[in-house]
Design a protein around this ligand. Structure first.
Ligand code: NDP
Length: 334
């Protein structure tokens, strides 16, 4: 049995020496346990984050600890009532050949229903990520334009296709001619743009003549820069991944966008702008409630009244420096 452990925390791009292969024995399952032989290990972008010491939404892998990962495994020995030898299961056994399990978190797979590898992809975590992120946050509507990067990948490929099922126009972004051809021809996206092309931003604009209504963010970095100006009013941006910045060691002092976006992702922040007039239908309720709160003393207010229209410019400049104290109002006439 071999396993791969984290030997060192990478600085920037990981190197082979950040990993170490170890030869170890195969443990015997105790009562209530089973021995799994790993058949497939999923490799996913989130693993880069687990190699860092900093805690994000999940705990880091310890130094000398087995690298984490989703796996499809065969039960080779079972002392667990719920599993028999030969069962195929989805587990989270990490980068190793064999693993013990107490059965918790295992999901039995039916190889006759679908190739078992799909449990790590389109029918697994990445597919679910696409489905939930797009439908819950993106909320694509018929006729809208949905853009997704890493479009040939596990998440992005599902995003675009689900968008099309919902009647939206799917525009993919992918790296290189082969991936682009796959996205357009095999996956049936309506358009695809190569983010490595020199005039990528122009091509993206041409591919989105009606702007972008949903941008499913998988990469960040220069792709986001190109997407951002094309976002329509009320566009939704599920922030799913920022792979272009996973190797960045520290945010630079004068560019805080990567840090902001990382926190949007890690803390599942919803950031939504608005202009009050879009809530115009709530005005009658507002007038009624606020008048009542003032009358009852539950809401108090302060006004800063400046006399004379000629003093308006000065007062206004003061406002921009915090010189007003309360709602600034010019008394123009008695
Ligand atoms: P993919 O199968 O799409 O593989 C990663 C792809 O990212 C690469 O093939 C490459 O595609 C693209 N890529 C890598 N570096 C860059 C870069 N610097 N600029 C632009 N594109 C780049 O991976 P997944 O589908 O598994 O994951 C996609 C994203 O979804 C990742 O950001 C991942 O972290 C995120 N994710 C988030 C989850 C969540 O719960 N929030 C769950 C699962 C995934 P190309 O060559 O086409 O550019």
């Amino acid at each position: 049995n071999i396993r791969i452990v984290l030997a060192a925390r990478p600085q920037g791009r990981p190197k082979p020496s950040d990993f170490r292969i170890e030869s170890v024995g195969i443990a015997e399952p105790g009562e209530g346990e089973l021995l799994l032989q790993i058949l497939y290990l999923s490799l996913d972008p989130y693993m880069r984050g687990r190699m860092n010491a900093t805690k994000s939404y999940a705990k880091p892998v310890e130094i000398d600890g087995v690298m984490e990962g989703g796996t499809v495994a065969r039960v080779v020995k079972s002392r667990h009532a719920g599993f028999a030898e030969g069962d195929i299961v989805l587990s989270h056994s990490g980068w190793q050949g064999f693993a013990l399990s107490d059965g918790v978190g295992l999901r039995k797979l039916d190889p006759a229903a679908a190739p078992v590898t799909t449990a790590l992809g389109v029918l697994g975590m990445p597919g679910f990520t696409a489905y939930a992120g797009l439908l819950t946050i993106g909320q694509p509507k018929a006729g809208e334009t949905v853009v997704v990067a890493a479009a040939s990948g596990a998440v992005g490929s599902a995003v675009g296709q689900i968008a099309r099922i919902k009647g939206a126009r799917a525009v993919g972004i992918a790296g290189g001619a082969d991936k682009c051809a796959f996205v357009r021809r095999e996956l049936g996206f309506d358009a695809v743009v190569d983010h490595r092309a020199d005039n990528f931003a122009e091509q993206l604009k041409a591919a989105c003549p009606d702007g972008i209504d949903v941008y499913f963010e998988n990469v960040g970095g220069p792709v986001w820069d190109a997407v951002f100006p094309l976002l329509n009013e009320f566009a939704r941006v599920p922030v799913c991944g920022l792979i272009a910045q996973y190797n960045t060691i520290a945010a630079s002092a004068d560019d805080r966008l990567p840090t902001l976006m990382q926190q949007v992702l890690h803390r599942s922040l919803t950031i939504r702008g608005f202009i009050q007039r879009e809530f115009v239908d709530q005005r009658p309720a507002f007038y009624r409630d606020m008048a009542g709160w003032i009358a009852s003393g539950q809401v108090r207010y302060r006004e800063d009244i400046v006399d004379g229209l000629e003093n308006a410019p000065q007062a206004f400049l003061g406002l921009l420096e915090g010189k007003n104290f309360g709602k600034l109002i010019v008394r123009v006439a008695q």
